[in-house]
Design a binder for this molecule. Structure first.
Ligand code: FE2
Length: 205
Protein backbone atom coordinates (compact mmCIF):
# COMPACT_ATOMS: atom_id res chain seq x y z
CA UNK A 1 0.00 0.00 0.00
CA UNK A 2 1.00 3.60 -0.17
CA UNK A 3 -0.10 6.73 1.61
CA UNK A 4 -2.13 9.43 -0.12
CA UNK A 5 -2.54 13.09 0.70
CA UNK A 6 -6.22 13.66 1.52
CA UNK A 7 -7.91 16.90 0.45
CA UNK A 8 -8.59 19.39 3.19
CA UNK A 9 -12.05 18.77 4.68
CA UNK A 10 -12.95 22.43 3.85
CA UNK A 11 -11.93 25.12 1.34
CA UNK A 12 -8.48 26.72 1.62
CA UNK A 13 -10.06 30.02 2.63
CA UNK A 14 -12.66 28.50 4.99
CA UNK A 15 -10.71 29.15 8.19
CA UNK A 16 -10.18 32.87 7.52
CA UNK A 17 -9.49 35.15 9.35
CA UNK A 18 -7.92 32.76 11.88
CA UNK A 19 -5.79 30.84 9.35
CA UNK A 20 -5.27 32.33 5.91
CA UNK A 21 -5.59 30.69 2.50
CA UNK A 22 -1.82 31.14 2.11
CA UNK A 23 -1.14 29.26 5.35
CA UNK A 24 -3.38 26.34 4.40
CA UNK A 25 -1.94 26.18 0.87
CA UNK A 26 1.63 26.02 2.18
CA UNK A 27 0.82 23.79 5.11
CA UNK A 28 -1.25 21.24 3.19
CA UNK A 29 0.17 21.39 -0.34
CA UNK A 30 3.85 21.75 0.60
CA UNK A 31 4.51 20.52 4.15
CA UNK A 32 1.94 17.73 4.43
CA UNK A 33 2.52 16.67 0.84
CA UNK A 34 6.27 16.35 1.50
CA UNK A 35 5.68 14.07 4.49
CA UNK A 36 3.47 11.80 2.37
CA UNK A 37 5.97 11.63 -0.49
CA UNK A 38 8.91 10.90 1.83
CA UNK A 39 6.93 8.37 3.86
CA UNK A 40 6.06 6.49 0.65
CA UNK A 41 9.71 6.44 -0.46
CA UNK A 42 10.82 5.18 2.96
CA UNK A 43 8.02 2.62 3.22
CA UNK A 44 9.45 0.71 0.25
CA UNK A 45 11.63 -2.14 1.50
CA UNK A 46 10.89 -1.20 5.15
CA UNK A 47 9.14 -4.52 5.80
CA UNK A 48 6.03 -2.58 6.83
CA UNK A 49 4.56 -2.14 3.34
CA UNK A 50 1.38 -4.09 4.15
CA UNK A 51 0.62 -2.28 7.43
CA UNK A 52 -1.93 0.43 8.13
CA UNK A 53 -0.74 4.00 8.73
CA UNK A 54 -1.30 3.65 12.50
CA UNK A 55 0.70 0.42 12.57
CA UNK A 56 3.54 1.90 10.50
CA UNK A 57 3.73 4.77 13.01
CA UNK A 58 3.77 2.44 16.03
CA UNK A 59 6.11 -0.18 14.55
CA UNK A 60 8.66 2.25 13.11
CA UNK A 61 8.98 4.27 16.33
CA UNK A 62 12.44 3.84 17.81
CA UNK A 63 13.49 1.56 14.92
CA UNK A 64 13.30 3.51 11.68
CA UNK A 65 13.60 7.18 12.59
CA UNK A 66 13.09 8.66 9.11
CA UNK A 67 10.07 6.50 8.31
CA UNK A 68 8.58 7.22 11.74
CA UNK A 69 9.05 10.98 11.37
CA UNK A 70 7.37 11.16 7.98
CA UNK A 71 4.60 8.60 8.56
CA UNK A 72 3.76 10.11 11.96
CA UNK A 73 3.70 13.62 10.51
CA UNK A 74 1.29 12.34 7.83
CA UNK A 75 -0.94 10.81 10.52
CA UNK A 76 -0.69 13.93 12.70
CA UNK A 77 -1.65 16.29 9.88
CA UNK A 78 -4.65 14.17 8.87
CA UNK A 79 -5.82 14.46 12.48
CA UNK A 80 -5.03 18.18 12.60
CA UNK A 81 -7.11 19.11 9.54
CA UNK A 82 -10.09 17.27 10.99
CA UNK A 83 -9.56 18.85 14.40
CA UNK A 84 -10.59 22.22 12.97
CA UNK A 85 -13.68 23.51 11.18
CA UNK A 86 -15.12 26.82 10.03
CA UNK A 87 -17.04 28.40 12.93
CA UNK A 88 -15.36 26.05 15.37
CA UNK A 89 -15.38 26.22 19.15
CA UNK A 90 -18.79 26.21 20.79
CA UNK A 91 -20.54 23.40 22.58
CA UNK A 92 -18.90 20.06 23.36
CA UNK A 93 -21.14 17.01 22.69
CA UNK A 94 -22.58 15.40 25.84
CA UNK A 95 -20.65 12.14 26.11
CA UNK A 96 -17.29 13.82 25.65
CA UNK A 97 -18.25 16.70 27.95
CA UNK A 98 -19.10 14.20 30.70
CA UNK A 99 -15.75 12.41 30.24
CA UNK A 100 -13.86 15.72 30.31
CA UNK A 101 -15.54 16.72 33.58
CA UNK A 102 -14.67 13.30 35.04
CA UNK A 103 -11.03 13.52 33.91
CA UNK A 104 -10.29 17.22 34.51
CA UNK A 105 -12.88 18.47 36.98
CA UNK A 106 -14.31 20.94 34.47
CA UNK A 107 -14.29 21.76 30.77
CA UNK A 108 -12.65 25.10 31.49
CA UNK A 109 -9.79 23.36 33.30
CA UNK A 110 -9.24 21.05 30.29
CA UNK A 111 -9.25 24.03 27.89
CA UNK A 112 -6.76 25.91 30.07
CA UNK A 113 -4.43 22.87 30.26
CA UNK A 114 -4.63 22.20 26.51
CA UNK A 115 -3.85 25.84 25.74
CA UNK A 116 -0.93 25.81 28.16
CA UNK A 117 0.46 22.57 26.68
CA UNK A 118 0.34 24.07 23.18
CA UNK A 119 1.93 27.33 24.24
CA UNK A 120 4.67 25.78 26.36
CA UNK A 121 5.80 22.99 23.98
CA UNK A 122 9.42 23.97 23.38
CA UNK A 123 10.23 24.09 19.66
CA UNK A 124 8.38 22.01 17.07
CA UNK A 125 5.66 19.67 18.21
CA UNK A 126 2.03 19.02 18.98
CA UNK A 127 -0.57 19.39 21.70
CA UNK A 128 -3.15 16.62 22.02
CA UNK A 129 -6.32 15.67 23.74
CA UNK A 130 -6.08 11.89 23.98
CA UNK A 131 -7.68 8.92 25.70
CA UNK A 132 -6.26 5.76 27.21
CA UNK A 133 -8.24 3.22 29.23
CA UNK A 134 -11.23 5.59 29.30
CA UNK A 135 -9.21 8.42 30.86
CA UNK A 136 -8.94 11.60 28.82
CA UNK A 137 -5.67 13.48 29.15
CA UNK A 138 -3.58 16.22 27.60
CA UNK A 139 -0.20 15.57 26.11
CA UNK A 140 2.43 17.67 24.39
CA UNK A 141 4.86 15.90 22.09
CA UNK A 142 8.05 16.90 20.27
CA UNK A 143 8.59 16.84 16.53
CA UNK A 144 6.53 13.98 15.02
CA UNK A 145 5.66 12.08 18.22
CA UNK A 146 2.01 11.45 19.05
CA UNK A 147 -0.25 9.60 21.53
CA UNK A 148 -0.25 6.38 19.44
CA UNK A 149 3.28 5.52 20.55
CA UNK A 150 2.14 5.73 24.19
CA UNK A 151 -0.72 3.28 23.60
CA UNK A 152 -3.32 6.05 23.56
CA UNK A 153 -5.78 7.29 20.93
CA UNK A 154 -5.77 10.94 19.90
CA UNK A 155 -9.05 12.86 20.11
CA UNK A 156 -7.79 16.24 18.95
CA UNK A 157 -4.51 17.42 17.40
CA UNK A 158 -3.06 20.92 17.52
CA UNK A 159 0.00 21.51 15.35
CA UNK A 160 2.41 23.95 16.99
CA UNK A 161 5.22 23.72 14.45
CA UNK A 162 6.15 27.24 13.35
CA UNK A 163 4.96 26.52 9.77
CA UNK A 164 1.42 26.39 11.22
CA UNK A 165 1.23 29.98 12.40
CA UNK A 166 4.18 32.03 11.15
CA UNK A 167 2.45 33.59 8.12
CA UNK A 168 -0.58 34.71 10.12
CA UNK A 169 0.79 35.26 13.61
CA UNK A 170 4.57 35.60 13.09
CA UNK A 171 6.22 34.55 16.36
CA UNK A 172 3.04 34.93 18.45
CA UNK A 173 2.16 31.28 19.04
CA UNK A 174 -0.18 32.15 21.98
CA UNK A 175 -2.44 34.15 19.62
CA UNK A 176 -2.71 31.17 17.25
CA UNK A 177 -3.44 28.85 20.18
CA UNK A 178 -6.19 31.22 21.39
CA UNK A 179 -7.75 31.30 17.90
CA UNK A 180 -7.59 27.50 17.67
CA UNK A 181 -9.26 27.03 21.06
CA UNK A 182 -11.96 29.68 20.60
CA UNK A 183 -12.77 29.71 16.89
CA UNK A 184 -11.33 26.68 15.07
CA UNK A 185 -11.53 23.58 17.27
CA UNK A 186 -13.91 20.86 16.08
CA UNK A 187 -15.40 19.32 19.23
CA UNK A 188 -17.70 17.09 17.16
CA UNK A 189 -14.64 15.36 15.70
CA UNK A 190 -13.11 14.92 19.18
CA UNK A 191 -16.41 13.42 20.40
CA UNK A 192 -16.54 11.00 17.43
CA UNK A 193 -12.99 9.88 18.22
CA UNK A 194 -13.85 9.49 21.89
CA UNK A 195 -16.85 7.25 21.15
CA UNK A 196 -14.76 5.05 18.80
CA UNK A 197 -11.82 4.82 21.23
CA UNK A 198 -14.00 3.89 24.19
CA UNK A 199 -15.53 1.02 22.19
CA UNK A 200 -12.03 -0.24 21.28
CA UNK A 201 -10.74 -0.05 24.85
CA UNK A 202 -13.87 -1.81 26.17
CA UNK A 203 -13.51 -4.56 23.55
CA UNK A 204 -9.83 -5.07 24.50
CA UNK A 205 -10.59 -5.22 28.26
FE1 FE2 B 1 2.31 21.07 10.28
Amino acid sequence: MSFTLPDLPYAYDALKPFLSKETLEYHHDKHHEAYVTKANDLLEKSGLEDKSLEDVVKLSHGKNVQLFNNAAQHFNHVEYWKSMKPNGGGKIPGTLEKALIESFGSVDKMKKELGEAATSQFGSGWAWLAVKDEKVFIQKTSDAENPLIFGAKPLLAMDVWEHTYYIDYRNQRPNYVKAFMESLVNWDYAAENYDKAIKLFQKAA
